[in-house]
Design a protein around this ligand. Structure first.
Ligand code: ADP
Length: 323
């Protein structure tokens, strides 16, 4: 391996910059040239690529987002689009690729490597959703949970002062990890997630008990992909059945995606970026770098993207017991 390329793809997540930095510096230490690809796969198709060295990544470890920028590319989903990318990789003499992104980005990497078999490809899981199998944590998840918890803490002040019941929607179309962790850390009364069926009756029953016991404010955390229909819909259903409560809805939205990465995310991203280059040097390909029980591991893309890890039932019980 003489010349690797690194790109960030799909949704941005805090810690991607720390991961790029680790890739660039580890490659430099091993005398490998590095090219940075702007705007993910779209930049690969358009040859929007620059050579980078260790100085390009100075003063980036603490910044959210990704300085290489990211994009979604419909063209890359087509064989013709990928052929353009392959021609650019060959013309530049790039002989390995590091993809920092989520499950979609890894599907793209799998498609690319099937059509350019001599190109080793390795992935670092950059997504706030934590929805990849084979790693305990993804880059950006910890920061996103901390951001959501801080927001819920603020909302709780208003909920308590005004005797209101707040439904707070957090990100997670398919996975309830952000909602569950946020709910536990922010002391939510209940957490609604896509992995479990939401029974409005049960929720109303719980709220009735609270009301009888003179509790007049509360926080319900709802994952955006919850089967109950998201926070606005759940709040509407509850309000219909239970008009005594004054309900309010806050959708946190994109404030959860950006921001300074937490120390944990910077460390995780540094380990994964470093692990990606070491993995390539060991001959790994078509794998994602993961961390399991504190150890760096390599997980085949097909496994990582097939499904996400299961929700820990103990954490669900914890919300119920303490909420
Ligand atoms: P994420 O990586 O955050 O899950 P996306 O699902 O948007 O984000 O995927 C990022 C990009 O990866 C897409 O815009 C597309 O270019 C590429 N991609 C995703 N799935 C495939 C696929 N099956 N084949 C080829 N490219 C894909």
């Amino acid at each position: 391996m003489n010349h690797l390329a690194v790109l960030t793809s799909g949704g941005d997540s805090p810690g991607m910059n720390a991961c790029i930095r680790a890739v660039v510096r580890t490659a430099g230490l091993n005398n490998i040239r590095v090219s940075g690809v702007y705007r993910g796969y779209q930049g690969l198709i358009e040859d929007d690529i620059i050579e980078v060295n260790r100085d390009h990544v100075r003063n980036t470890i603490h910044r959210g987002g990704t300085w290489l920028k990211t994009a979604r590319s419909d063209e890359f989903r087509t064989p013709e689009g990928r052929q353009k990318a392959i021609a650019n990789l060959r013309a530049r003499g790039i002989d390995a690729l590091v993809v920092i992104g989520g499950d979609g980005s890894f599907r793209g990497a799998t498609a690319l490597s099937a059509e350019m078999e001599d190109l080793p490809v390795i992935g670092c899981p950059g997504t706030i959703d934590n929805d990849l199998f084979g790693t305990d944590l993804t880059i950006g998840y910890d920061t996103a949970v901390n951001t959501a918890v801080e927001a819920v803490d603020r909302i709780r002040d208003t909920a308590a002062s005004h005797n209101r019941l707040f439904f707070v929607e957090v990100m997670g179309r398919d996975a309830g990890f952000i909602a569950l962790r946020t709910g536990i850390a922010a002391g939510a009364e209940a957490v609604l997630i896509p992995e479990t069926t939401t029974y409005i009756d049960e929720l109303v029953q719980k709220l009735e008990t609270d009301w009888k016991e003179r509790r007049r404010s509360g926080i319900i955390v709802v994952a955006e992909g919850d089967d109950g229909g998201g926070a606005i819909e759940v709040a509407r259903k509850v309000q219909e059945r239970f008009p005594q409560w004054e309900t309010k809805v806050t959708v946190l939205g994109h404030i959860q995606r950006g921001g300074r990465p937490s120390a944990q995310d910077r460390i995780l991203a540094s380990r994964m970026g470093h692990g990606a280059v070491l993995g390539l040097l060991q001959g790994q390909s078509r794998v994602m770098v993961g961390v399991q029980s504190g150890q760096v591991v390599y997980v085949p893309f097909e496994q990582a993207t097939k499904h996400h890890q299961a929700i820990n039932p103990y954490l669900l019980e914890l919300v119920e017991a303490l909420g």
